[in-house]
Design a protein around this ligand. Structure first.
Ligand code: SF4
Length: 391
């Protein structure tokens, strides 16, 4: 598989300026050589700059009033990695990242394969990440997408095996070319030139070491956007510590509370413990989510939770944990778009249930009562900062 090598800045700018307009929400796939496929000219995705924080960005007036005018708004923002003290650590971080890959413990699977030698195990990813797409995403939370898009880099493959995966063609089959760390740095700088508000790594858990390597290159070459770590929360603490000072916004998706559900539906029975540890570490590093005066998220933790049919008890426990053990000011996106996908509802070909539909207990969308119950569960434990666009 050919790997992408970063073109010159001029060539990257030409790449973005060329080509037909596309719908802003469409995935811009990687080109055959790993380059960003031509995308929309800037004018087609530019939206009006917001004038009112609470009006545009889903921070309710009640929430703003309770928070006080300044508590979650910073007057000026600089990514932590631009601090000279953090920059001086980049070399050591890259060395530690390569050690993680040499006997892979980059995620809780702890496979101990030598990925520097291109060995693979659970995540089916060797030395180089596979990048499915990279583009200015206008479908993320309002506070991330802003008016010029969130600069998303979607990694293929995953360290989980969610039977309901809503992006299984990317996470399980894999798509897109392998991209080396220089190429990843080039993608970040290209998205920055495009005007994106942030760099948003989607499904980064299994390629965290390579992200550290690539960030070191991008930072030395002028990256100055906040970094978003958009994760399932099945992260190794060692990988998160490598990210301390590099990531500004953590966006963990806390899926299940019980080991039983995690074993059956994610194929990772230790998921709840690892996710709890990870989210506490993320909050220790960056705190509650804060915004710039024009409503863009700039630092902190934003927790997503996908409401599942019939599993409201798990939702309640997750919200209780967030309120009591992380912070009652945790910013939460309660997502209601679950639909049966991937293995859910498929017919088992073998085993004692051969001929029957699989995972029938989640073979439906959550109903209105369950969605309302999730919101009520969050409010009842004291959570109050929500992504209002999704309510
Ligand atoms: S990142 Fe991949 S190889 Fe490494 S421990 Fe996790 S699943 Fe295993």
């Amino acid at each position: 598989m050919a790997r992408w090598h970063p073109p010159s800045v001029d060539a990257r700018v030409a790449m973005f300026s060329a080509g037909p307009a596309i719908h802003a929400h469409a995935n811009v796939r990687m080109g055959p050589g790993g380059e960003l496929a031509p995308s929309a000219p800037r004018g087609s995705i530019e939206r009006g700059r917001p004038t009112g924080l609470s009006a545009w960005w889903g921070i309710s007036s009640r929430a703003m009033a309770e928070a006080g005018p300044d508590r979650f708004v910073v007057s000026s923002f600089t990514p932590a990695y631009l601090d000279p003290a953090v920059r001086r650590t980049l070399g050591d971080r890259v060395a530690a990242a390569r050690q993680e890959l040499a006997c892979c413990r980059a995620c809780p699977r702890n496979c101990k394969v030598n990925r520097l030698a291109n060995e693979t195990k659970v995540c089916n990813t060797g030395r180089h990440p596979r990048v499915s797409s990279a583009f200015p995403h206008l479908g993320e939370e309002e506070c991330l997408r802003g008016w010029r898009g969130s600069g998303t880099i979607f990694f293929s493959m995953c360290n989980l095996r969610c039977v309901f995966c809503q992006n299984w063609d990317i996470s399980q089959k894999g798509s897109g070319p392998e991209v080396d760390v220089e190429g990843m740095a080039g993608l970040m700088l290209s998205l920055q030139e495009r005007g994106c508000h942030n760099i948003n790594f989607v499904t980064p858990e299994h390629v965290a070491p390579q992200i550290v390597e690539a960030l070191a290159i991008a930072i030395e070459n002028g990256l100055k956007l906040p970094v978003v770590y958009n994760t399932s929360a099945y992260d190794a603490l060692s990988s998160l510590k490598l990210m301390d000072g590099l990531v500004d916004i953590y966006m963990p998706d806390f899926k299940f509370w019980s080991r039983q559900s995690s074993a059956r539906l994610l194929k990772a029975k230790d998921y709840p413990e690892r996710a709890r540890e990870a989210i506490c570490e993320m909050h220790r590093q960056v705190g509650d989510l804060r915004f710039t005066p024009d409503g863009l998220a700039c630092r902190g933790v934003l927790v997503r939770h996908l409401v599942m049919p019939g599993l409201l008890d798990e939702t309640r426990e997750i919200f209780r944990f967030l309120a009591e053990e992380v912070s009652p000011d945790t910013f939460v996106n309660i997502m209601g778009q679950y639909h049966p996908d991937y293995q859910v509802g498929s017919i088992a070909a073998s085993g004692r249930n051969a001929g029957s539909a699989r995972y029938v207990e989640i073979n439906r969308c959550p109903n209105g009562a369950e969605l309302e119950g999730a919101h009520e569960a969050a409010r009842s434990v004291g959570l109050w900062r929500f992504d209002q666009q999704r309510l």
